[in-house]
Design a protein around this ligand. Structure first.
Ligand SMILES: Cc1ncc(COP(=O)(O)O)c(C=O)c1O
Length: 405
């Protein structure tokens, strides 16, 4: 399988694990998902660590030489929970707002009382426009008719609308193509939409990124020469923050590194500045058994014990976000030791091998993703499974109970 540049090569290190029973005492309510006390159950859960989030914001802010950060918390904040993450980040002065791609996320944030601006980097449905405008959500002007749509929403809401202009400089995914943007920008400037910023996204092909930035700057310069106000220019995602200082412009727009994962597979980002994984995926051991030589494990009998060996079952599987490929080298931290995943990752179960001694008892806590060892960091799991670290983060099941530790 080709390794995308959004993968990462991991190494190995050790650290202590945290008992979630201590975490429960400090759990905070969430408007989005009711908190459950995971220690009372054998259901898997996620722990979100605001200290780690704060650490990562500090790292990104230093790398961006103090530029404001528009925090990308799209897709359930990469698995950690849109509202949980927004609440943790909102008090930080470095964070000037949040960016999402789903209308529902923008509504959830405003429902939860988030006050810093929320940018919806997407097309919105006509029937949602007035409510979004009423709540002060910042629209993305991303199609030829976006200005008219936003103006209609503002009129219906009875309040002026704010927006960011979305330009396509080569990604061909969203935004108005740069080569025909200037006449359109003139029409935007004729509306009374308040322009907060103008942005683009990189393809993350380092050579082409430079060309994209050149295009972006050229359009911006031409528009400004016509007196068009573009607000803050922003382009850099996590990779840009790390590797492409010229792209930092007026503001940076990172996602994955806020959560403590490195965007590339090169391994050089850790050497530039170290992040802390801000999430732990945990479950309790529900079964400990000794296999006899010849016994098999899970669907497809991919694992047959050569010798007697101890195994444990964890009630967490691919539906929760553990890649099926974890059997190819994924490991799990239990009682301070790493154990390999064997057999198959099924929807709700993962099986690990201890060896000649049982490494845990029923009820002991296993950490499948977290900062406690490089092997189980998001990048470590991505590396072991040949998956993108973006998949590892964003495939965490949004229904997992979350505890803010
Ligand atoms: C438009 C846009 N900006 C910023 C980001 C953040 O990117 P990253 O998570 O690589 O930092 C994304 C995520 O893919 C995005 O789609």
């Amino acid at each position: 399988m080709p390794i995308s540049r959004r993968n990462f090569v991991a190494g190995v290190a050790s650290a202590a694990i945290v008992d979630p029973r201590e975490a429960i005492a400090t759990e905070r309510p969430s408007a989005e998902s009711p908190q459950t006390a995971p220690a009372d159950r054998y259901d898997p859960w996620l722990e979100v660590d605001p200290d780690a989030l704060r650490h990562n914001v500090g790292v990104l802010s230093r790398l961006a030489r103090g530029r404001p950060i528009l925090a990308v918390i799209k897709n359930n904040a990469y698995g950690l929970g849109t509202v949980e993450v927004a609440r943790a980040l909102e008090p930080l002065t470095e964070i000037v707002g949040f960016a999402v791609v789903k209308t529902e996320a923008a509504l959830a944030l405003t429902d939860a009382g988030v006050r810093k601006p929320v940018l919806l980097m997407a097309l919105f449905a006509e029937q949602d426009g007035p409510e979004l405008a009423r709540r002060g959500v910042h629209f993305a002007l991303c199609t030829d008719d976006s200005p008219a749509r936003v103006m209609a929403a503002a009129r219906a809401a009875g309040r002026p609308a704010s927006a960011h202009i979305y330009l396509d400089t080569g990604m061909s995914r969203m935004g108005v193509p740069y080569h025909r943007a200037v006449p359109w920008l003139r029409r935007v400037a004729d509306t009374d939409i308040r322009i907060v910023g103008t942005f683009m996204g990189f393809t993350e092909d380092p050579d082409f990124d430079r060309e994209q930035l050149r295009r972006f700057r050229e359009v911006a310069a031409e528009a400004r020469s016509h007196g068009i106000d573009l607000g803050l220019l922003h382009a850099a995602s996590s990779a840009g923050v790390y590797h492409f200082p010229e792209s930092h412009l007026d503001m940076v727009r990172p996602g994955i590194s806020l959560y403590g994962a490195y965007p590339s597979n090169a391994g050089d980002e850790r050497a530039i500045a170290e992040l802390q994984a801000a999430v732990r995926l945990r479950a309790r051991v529900v079964r400990v058994e000794r296999l006899r030589a010849g016994d098999s494990v899970s669907y497809g009998r991919q694992y047959i014990a050569e010798h007697p060996t101890w195994i444990a079952t964890l009630p967490v599987g691919h539906t929760d976000g553990i890649p099926r490929e974890a059997v190819q080298g994924g490991r799990v931290l239990i009682n301070g030791s790493l154990y390999p995943v064997i057999g198959a990752v099924s929807a709700s179960h993962t099986i690990v091998e201890f060896g000649s001694e049982p490494g845990a008892s029923i009820g002991d806590i296993a950490t499948l993703i977290g900062p406690d060892d490089r092997a189980i960091e998001p990048n470590g799991l991505a590396d072991a499974t040949g998956r993108s670290v973006y998949d590892v983060m964003m495939h965490l099941n949004p229904t997992l109970p979350k505890v803010v530790v």
